[in-house]
Design a binder for this molecule. Sequence first.
Ligand SMILES: N[C@@H](CCC(=O)N[C@@H](CS)C(=O)NCC(=O)O)C(=O)O
Length: 205
Amino acid sequence: MLLYHRPTSGHSYKVRLLLSFLGIDYDERIVKAAAGKNIVDPAYYDLNPRGQIPTIDDNGHVVWGSTAILAYIAARYDAARTWLPASPEKMAAVMQWMELAQNEVNGLFLSRAIQLFGYPGDLTSAQRAGNRALDILERRLTGCRWLAAGDGPSIGDIACFPYVALASDNGFDLAARPAVCGWIDRIASLKGFAPMPGMESLLSS
Ligand SMILES: N[C@@H](CCC(=O)N[C@@H](CS)C(=O)NCC(=O)O)C(=O)O
């Protein structure tokens, strides 16, 4: 498998984290960025029409976007189907949290990207969405160990994890959300966990 990504990209890190949990080796192509935009060869748009990362090429089968890639890898390579259960009810429960990851949690991404990487955007509305994401997660995780089924981690947890775990870097108050902090620690203690840049402290906590 070939992964197009950048080490500082949290969306790409979701894919790297699942591959790490599953123990799957991959090759990589680093896509460089300037002022919040990927510097991409025009041919890259044949792989990913949005010109974004992540994208994977799995033996000639191309998938773009972290949600689709996580679902593809879990369905194809996790024989036990723990990361994306096959039952319609459990699969839907996981996909609900993937939806949160692409909506409210994306406010955490945008806040970070605007402040640290010069992305264009409305910081106030990104922060509002980010705080809403943290409040929704805090409510869910008060009394639940994992986002979806409750009996183990899923790609829903992975999809929400990166920008939540990095949120205190750019002004969000994680200490006020103890259930979210406990969930971050639970993910960081799973076998195969590997941090992205900015998360190294999780290894020692
Ligand atoms: N919804 C997409 C978002 C991907 C995304 O925004 N990637 C960023 C890097 S973290 C990117 O490629 N930004 C550069 C650009 O949009 O040109 C996903 O989940 O894969």
